[in-house]
Design a protein around this ligand. Structure first.
Ligand SMILES: [Zn+2]
Length: 122
């Protein structure tokens, strides 16, 4: 893959958002169907912080994915999408295409993983 145009990245992020939101809603509907209906009425950007979700800790992994995609969509609105959250370098388009919610360039990503491993070792 040589060059991924901006519009394709935008579409990729929005598709990823829909997939994650759909998976979350399906998981929620299996646990609490009335709450899932309520969520369909409110904006998806309000889902992740909704207090009713405290009752369902098993949804945590879905909520983390929602928050990642929310953050990426918000960065896109601000024109900051694709910038490393640590050093503000451009993240390569190929990497963004693979993981639209990626927050760090290769360099900072590796550093971040190392620091996480270091804190687990303690
Ligand atoms: Zn960086």
């Amino acid at each position: 893959m040589s060059h991924t145009p901006e519009s394709q990245l935008t579409e990729r992020l929005h598709t990823e958002a829909k997939v994650r939101q759909g998976a979350f809603l399906q998981a929620l509907a299996a646990l609490d169907a009335p709450l899932a209906l309520t969520f369909e009425q409110i904006g998806a950007d309000e889902w992740a912080d909704h207090p009713a979700l405290l009752a369902w800790p098993q949804l945590q992994s879905y909520i983390i994915k929602l928050k990642q995609v929310d953050a990426a969509l918000c960065q896109q609105q601000l024109g900051l999408y694709g910038l490393c959250s640590d050093c503000e370098a451009d993240i390569s388009r190929e990497q963004l295409y693979q993981d639209p919610c990626r927050q760090r360039c290769s360099h900072c990503h590796a550093k971040h993983l190392n620091s996480q491993q270091a804190s687990w070792a303690l």
